[in-house]
Ligand binder design. Structure first.
Ligand code: PHE
Length: 446
């Protein structure tokens, strides 16, 4: 195991981990969840949860990863041999499978929309109908899902440094440029200030229990937490980096991107008189309509969907990497074999989410279609449960001071202090248990 690849620079690691974090969660999910939860007030609660739960857990994962130099299952086996803790890693590997199965399908929709923005959409397109007809077809969504999985496989099979690190160093700065370009366009539309107000002026009457449960699933999903992604990426981290600093950068960039996505979207939505409460369709129905009404809208529309595709790609490689790292470390598969075989299987497990909008549209689990069912199990259940066990493991079994020591192995701007123990032992687990309980109660009682 001593020839394990390492990120070759701190910039490389931070870009890879931020690339994992920044994805559909920021650009597709965050704006519509914020839109349906009243705007600014959701943003505030979300920020508090990111700090109180996301921050301690991302550090827990990165320290476990660097300490053990292993995938999530191997990491728990190494730290806690002869005990069932490896099951936390196994739940993570399974979550990676499930998330990528639907993630790639949604990313495929975005890829298709790049071309439709250029050649198909006009002001007269009925966007809601267009979207539902599109997703309930079979050939095109399956084709784009295949293309997206293939791109993911090619990068992961090329390796951590030659594949993942190389591509994120180019794509992440590009992502930033595209979003700034979109924000300038959005804010300069007449009437855009109403959108800015909705986004920045909190209306406290809009807080409900749902605000909290939505904020926690969002923070796990967007920071790629609870399934060992950051254990895996941390396992390629050299001892020369301070983990508190690296984690702070990743959280900063991820939050910045979510906030920027809101600035690209809400001003345009308000300026053109659409509702911010469109839900999951905000990205695929409302925004194309907004773009169609703008001068040079096809360019802005295509740029927006390129943005989503790039962001999704730097996340999907981290989802596949978790499963691949497990097979490479524990089962001695070659990276190439693991990438292609697992990528191929995930392509197949993604197909039901597409069929769920056509021939299997009668499928319902607790009222949800197949894609929402995958999403619910992964984001509302497995990630928070994984996060809960990770925080308990680090807080009580491995002990917080070992994580602190690991994080501070190299000097940094701000060292991790003893207060970390309070966050990881009490605050994070208690908050997760509370919100998980509310969530389950709402799902099964409602
Ligand atoms: N964080 C990614 C996003 O926001 C999704 C993701 C979740 C990636 C879990 C890896 C692990 O889109």
């Amino acid at each position: 195991m001593n020839n394990r690849e390492n990120w070759t620079s701190r910039f490389g690691f931070i870009m890879a981990a931020s690339g994992s974090a920044i994805g559909l969660g920021n650009i597709w999910r965050f704006p519509y969840i914020t839109g349906t939860n009243g705007g600014a007030v959701f943003l505030l609660i979300y920020l508090a949860i990111v700090f109180l739960i996301g921050y301690p857990i991302i550090i827990a994962e990165m320290t476990i990863g660097r300490r053990t130099q292993k995938n999530p299952i191997g990491a728990f086996r190494a730290l806690a041999p002869e005990s069932p803790w490896w099951l936390v890693g196994a739940l993570g590997v399974m979550s990676g499978f499930i998330i990528l199965s639907f993630y790639s399908v949604v990313a495929g929709w975005a890829m298709a929309y790049i071309f439709k923005s250029i050649s198909t959409f006009t002001v007269n397109t009925g966007f809601a109908e267009f979207f539902s007809t599109y997703i309930s077809s079979l050939g095109e969504p399956i084709f784009w899902h295949a293309v997206f999985m293939l791109m993911t496989i090619l990068i992961v099979s090329a390796g951590v440094v030659e594949g993942i690190q190389k591509i994120v160093k180019i794509l992440m700065p590009l992502l930033f440029l595209i979003i700034v370009f979109l924000i300038i366009r959005s804010i300069s539309l007449p009437g855009s200030m109403d959108g800015v107000n909705f986004y920045l002026k909190p209306d406290f009457s809009k807080i409900t229990l749902q605000t909290f449960t939505d904020a926690i699933s969002q923070s796990f999903f967007t920071l790629s937490l609870g399934m060992g992604t950051m254990i895996t990426y941390g396992s390629y981290l050299s001892n020369k980096e301070n983990i508190n600093d690296s984690a702070a950068y990743v959280i900063f960039f991820d939050t910045l991107f979510a906030i920027l996505a809101g600035f690209a979207i809400f001003p345009a939505v308000f300026a053109l008189g659409f509702s911010p409460e469109a839900g999951p369709g905000l990205t695929f129905i409302t925004l194309p309509a907004v773009f169609a009404e703008m001068p040079m809208g096809s360019i802005f529309g295509a740029s927006f969907f390129i943005l989503i595709t790039i962001a999704a790609l730097t996340s999907s490689i981290s989802l596949l990497e978790v499963v691949v790292a497990y097979l490479v470390d524990e089962k001695s598969w070659t990276r190439k074999k693991a990438s292609y075989i697992i990528g191929g299987i995930i392509f197949l497990t993604g197909i039901p989410t597409i069929l769920g909008y056509s021939i299997w549209s009668d499928f319902r689990f607790l009222g949800m279609d197949i894609l929402d069912t995958y999403d619910w199990f992964a984001n509302s259940l497995f990630l928070p449960i994984g996060g809960l066990f990770i925080s308990i493991y680090v807080g009580y079994i491995w002990k917080a001071n070992n994580a602190i020591k690991e994080a501070n192995k190299a000097d940094g701007l701000i060292l991790l202090g003893n207060w970390y123990a309070i966050l990881i032992k009490y605050i994070a687990p208690a908050a997760i248990i509370l919100i998980l309980a509310i969530n389950l109660w709402q799902t099964f009682a409602g």
